[in-house]
Structure formats: C-alpha cells, structure tokens
Design a protein around this ligand. Sequence first.
Ligand code: H53
Length: 837
Amino acid sequence: VESSIPEHMREAWRKYSPQGFKTKDEFEGEVVRHIETTLARSLFNCDELAAYSGTSLAFRDRLIIDWNKTQQRQTFADQKRIYYLSLEFLMGRALDNAMLNVGLKGVAKEGLEDLGFRVEDIISQEHDAALGNGGLGRLAACFLDSLASLNYPAWGYGLRYRYGIFKQEIENGYQVEIPDYWLDFNPWEFPRHDVTVDVQFYGWVNKYTDDEGKQVVSWQDGELVTATAYDAPVPGYGTPTVNNLRLWSSKASSGEFDFSKFNSGEYESAVADQQRAETISAVLYPNDNLERGKELRLKQQYFWCAASLHDIVRRFKKTGRTWDEFPDQVAIQLNDTHPTLAIVELQRILIDKEGLEWPKAWDIVTKTFGYTNHTVLPEALEKWSVPLIQNLLPRHLQLIYEINLYFLQQVERRFPKDRDLLSRVSIIEESTPKMVRMAYLAIVGSHKVNGVAELHSDLIKTTIFKDFVTVYGPDKFTNVTNGITPRRWLHQANPRLSELIASKLGGYDFLKDLTLLNKLEPFIDDKDFKKEWAEIKYANKVRLAQHILKTTGVSVNPKALFDVQVKRIHEYKRQQLNIFGVIHRYITLKGLSAEERKKVAPRVSIFGGKAAPGYWMAKTIIHLINKVGEVINNDPEIGDALKVIFLEDYNVSKAEIIVPASDISEHISTAGTEASGTSNMKFVLNGGLVIGTLDGANIEITREIGEQNIFLFGNLSEDVEDLRHHHFYGNYQVDSELQKVFDLIKSGKFGDESAFGALIAAITEHGDYYLVSDDFDSYRKTQDLIDETFKNQEEWVTKSITSVARMGFFTSDRCINEYADTIWNIEPLAVADEKEA
Ligand code: H53
C-alpha cells in the first residue's frame, strides 16, 4: 500500500479517522455543529432550509467515510470496473435516499424532532438533482443505485450541467419554461480541482514522418477547454459500498493557446472565450427522444467523452498493466448513442498517443464497449453532419472514415458484390451533406448491443439494425429488460406499503431480493391484510389530493378512481388519446340525467409532464388538457363525477407522491414506439393497475402478473405499418365517437378552437401516424371495463396485491446482474461487514 505518510506516523491518522454518527445523540451533535460552524447560523435563525443543510452535512460526513473506504477497497482489489457513460442522471433528491440506505432514517427522525423539526419537512427542502429528461436519465440513476447495492465496482460519468431540466409553470393553460439553477447549495457534490483534463476542439491534423521514419499523426492548435471533476457519492442500500458519480464541468483552459490574449491586452475577448468554454456544461438539452444536431450538443458529447476516457486511461495506466489487459480491467457502457465518440477517442488514444497498431487497438476498443439502444423513433436516432465533425474534431473524422473502411472491407469479404448492403450499413450516409450515423458507429465499435425490453430488442433486430444482424449474426444483439430500484420506488416513496409487506414477509429482505414479494400471494385472502392494503392506497390518495388542492386550487374526492398519466408529453405516448377519451366521457356524462350521473363511478384524470420547449404539438396537448380541465372542473352538473388535473412541473420528487396514489395509470403508446417504459413498473409495484397497449415492457409485465390483472387494448405492433398505409391509400374514416369529440372542440367549448386545429388535423388529414383513431374504440371500452371493475373493491384489491407479488422481475438489481454477467463480465467486490439495513 503506497502512501506519502511514513508507517510510524500513520497511527495518529488511524486514531483520529472519523467514524460518523450512529446514535440519535451523536446525530443531533453533528447537526448542531454543522449549523453553528459550517453554516454560521444559530438556534435563533435556524429555518427548515438550515436544518436541511445541517442534516445533509451530517449524513454526508457519514457517507464520505464509507465512500473513501469503498474507493480504496476497489483500487486495491484491482478487479474489473464498469464505467457507465450517460449524458443524463436524473437522481432526484439525495437526503431521504441516504438516510434509508445507511439505515438511519429512524435516528434522524427522532433527532430532528428533538431539535424542533419534522423529518418530512426537512427532506422536502431539497432541490431535485434534475440532470435528465425522462426515462433514459432516471434509468441511469436506478442503475447506479443497484450497482452500489450489489457491491459492483462502478463509476458513472456525466456532465455537471449548471441548469438541469427547466421548471414548468402553466400560465393560462400554456407551458412556460423557467431555468433550473440548482447549484446554490449542493452538499452532495465535491469539486476535485486537482482532477482536470484539457479537452481540445477545432484545429487541424498534421501527418508526417519523424526522424526515425515513423508515421506521426498530430492534432494541432484549435482551442482547449478544461474539464474539472465534481464527484457525488452513490450509497448502496444496506451495504457499506458507496460508489462514485463523476460529473465534468467546463471552463476555459489556462493551457497553451487561450490566455495569450490577456497578455496582449485583449481582455474582453479573453473573457468571452472564458464564457464560451463555460457554456459547454451550462445546460441540459431539454429534448427527450429527439435529436436536433446542434453544434453545442456535439461539443458537450466530445468534452464529456474525452475527459472520461482520459480519466479511465490514467487510472488504468497506474496499474502498470499492458494494453492487452485493458478490456479485463475496464468495461464501458454507452447509454444510447450520446457517448459514441468515446469509441473513436479510445482508438485515437491507442493509435496516436500510445503507438499501438490499428488491429490491436481496435480489438481492445471493441472488447471494451457495450451499447444500449433506447429507441427506434427515427427523429431520436443521432446523425451528425460530416462538415460539422470535420470542423470540430478533424482527427476523429479521419478515424471514423478509417473505422468505416475496415468495417466495409470486412462486409465486402463476407458478402462480395452486395453493393446495396454496403451502402445500407455504411457508417457514412451518402446524403447532402454527408452524415455520420452514430448508432451504426456504436454497433461497429461494441461487442454487444442491447435493447431495453423484449419487444424492443426484437424490433431493433428486424427493423433499424436488420442488416447488422446479417453482418454479425444474431448473437451480438441481446435484450436486457429495464428495471427500477425498489429502494426509491417502494421503500422511500411508499413507506407504509413497504412496512406492511415487511410485516408479512418477516423483514425487509425483499428490498434486496425483489422476487421474495411472491410470498405475499398466500395473503390475498387475508381480510385484515387486504383492508390495510386498501387503507394505505387511500391515505396516499388523500396526500395527493392535498397536493392537488394546494397547487391547482381544485378539490378532488380521494374516493374517486385516480387515473394517472405522468411522463414526457409526446405524440407517440398519446396523451391526446387520453384527453380525447376524457372529453368523450364528459359528453356521455352530459347526456345522462342527474339521477343516472349519481351512479357513475367518479374519476379524477391526472396528467403531468413536460414538453420539449420547441415541440409545438406537445405544447398544444398540454394546452388542451388545461382548457378541458377548466371547463369540466367548473361545470356544476358534473361535480365529483369527473375532474381533470394537470400537475405542474412533474419531476422525480413529485413522482414519489403521485406514483403511490394511482388506481390506474396509463401507458398507452402506439404499439412498437415505447422502447420499454419504466414508470409502468413503478405504478404496478405500488399497487396501481395499468391500462396499456401491447408495447415495451407492458408485454412482460402482463406475462409476469397475468392477463387478468392488466387492462390491455389497441392494435398490435405488427399491424401498425399496414394501418398507416391504409390511412393514406384506403378509404380512411375517423372513428365516429372520436368525431363527436372533435366536433365539441371545434364548437369552441374549450376556448379558441383554432388553437387545437393542428392536433385534430394530424388525425383527420395527415394520416393519423400514431393510430389515435384506430385505437379509440378499444380504449374507451377498456376504460368502461375499468369503471365496472373498480366498483368491486374486493376484486380490485386482489388484483393489486397479486400484481405486486409478481413484480420481482422488474428490479434494476436483476437488470444489473444481467448486464454484469452477459455484457460486462464483472464481479461484485465482497465487503466484509455487511450492515443491517
Ligand atoms: O428510455 C427509457 C425507456 C423509454 C425510452 C427512453 C428514452 C429517453 O428517455 C430518451 C431517449 C431515448 O432514446 C429513449 O423512451 O421507453 O424506458 C429507458 O430505457
């Protein structure tokens, strides 16, 4: 063990090395100390924010101790690590999670009470870490939780955006975006000013032969931007493992070619350079499932890939191993194509800096990388224009062409004279301008490619990557169905349900082995258990109703059926189908007599989600939902029979309130468009039932919980293409009940009808690409069935419990173990003193 401190002096270090609090008294001592000294506040001006800060600092101290030990242990163990590269980590709040993972929430609750605070109020002071858009970013966060909980040596690498996903406000029914500056006080991050990497952009490539006759390639000039590491601890549940999430922040480099301007008196322009550099990590692009090809986005991608790879290579080189051993030490997973440049960057390092021969370097590269595809939507597949890359990363463009050349030669040898195949699989698309197809580059540069649910993994093999199955054979392509962490999405979000389950299963082991939930099945006839189950759901609904009243001013009846659709607003996710269904329900209710209306099962339709700021159609959908809500919620004839709520600013911490409170949640994408979906899993795990299409993970959820426990509807993915064709070439007619909905909107009932013209025309005139009309009838009928079923609470609760009992498969722990075994080839690192959770 190397250390700069001589052995005989280390005793003092050991003696004073902090242990962290364990008891309530120690906790209170730490909180007060932090408030009075770290924050320079006192008993007399300690508000909830200060109490949050003191509490977080106390827990942070505890985590740091285990974090340091984990990092040391992993370095000494010297075994293979997984590096998860993701442009998004949608972490949400950290304090509650830290309390539960170290098993000291009870201590904190009592300690805070002594100090005059309620733990829930303190927890809710925290600003969400919202460095992501939706499913992709939240999946990365669940994966980090599982990696740590399962003791895998793992690091996340991402960007430290100064602004996370925007905050959404609704004004007059329209979405307004507010910047999310989240770094004012963030106790969970540690700047590592000593860990920096200079990243190069622009410039030109110099190829020459040196004095010894060797070919040298050098990328020269351009500008340097410095990446500084900011680390955040990622605690595992019930284990001392605390992994690292490293996020890079950009600033102008003090290196070679920038600051000369200061000396030559060009102060303002030097400051402008500085600001330009800082822009790279300034803001998260707010698009989900949409790529717009902006230069700054490409800069972000390279900046982050280059810094991360430099860091990984530096760590590897310290071990003194030979390059052959790199893939035995390092696995890198690409979360979507966003980090694909990492493939090119590693090849560049090995060839240009380390002097390896091409084939050997490429062998190392492909053994190192794995690529996860998360979408088949054409508008989400990344392509970068050749001139853009040429200008920004001239050396990388050369390497991409070379990678493509070797790849196409290999294809040509196996499939001689199939010129069509060659042009179809080429990494370069021969368009004007030429484009680099990032997914193809990611496939060629990885040893495994996976989709995120069975249907999706099948679809990529038969549609977008079909030709690559021909070239490589089917084994390169695999499936790892997504999962969610039961720690945050059950234990943290729904503590009473977690406790009830633990009381039946004899402890909290199910949080580490979710398949144990199946031991609940014998209790489905237990009257008291069922009663308590239903009471917990009701209490969660009361809590959500309070939130709704506070934020929207609308009072909803917690006894009504809560029907929830919360996710990014996107035409393929079909919130328009839902709101058209709501309007249809309204029309039906208006047609009933007051007596008949009293017999109807009351319903609250709850929507939430952000629209990308430039996605006009999605914003129109939000507008319509709000306008429909205004009319229905204020119609005295309707009363409790129907309420329509749009919840502002849906994010992770709001999901923790919403998810446990649903009776039904909607996962109703056009079949074949939602790669997996993960909120479907969260809702079912919390005892909510699902209305859904046969899409993404809905299919596997159905397989696990049983068809009788889910409300499926709509066309199948294999029929979508024909239906779309028919819309254009057959005699297409809009569903007659849907037409009534359109007529009501057009009558101006929900305000200026022209605002919604495009939404209707997309269906009536432009081919109804998302099959809203085709699925409307079965959607409505399924909703009617839901009303009927909900009337029988006995049966409903049975479905709820049975479903939860069968959700074991959907833990992200299962998912991470699959990645570890079949893609990364890594092992957990044993920890001696497993703590009690
Ligand atoms: O990734 C989730 C899937 C979901 C899919 C989502 C996603 C994004 O959030 C952003 C970009 C992208 O390509 C895919 O839409 O179906 O569950 C995690 O895999």
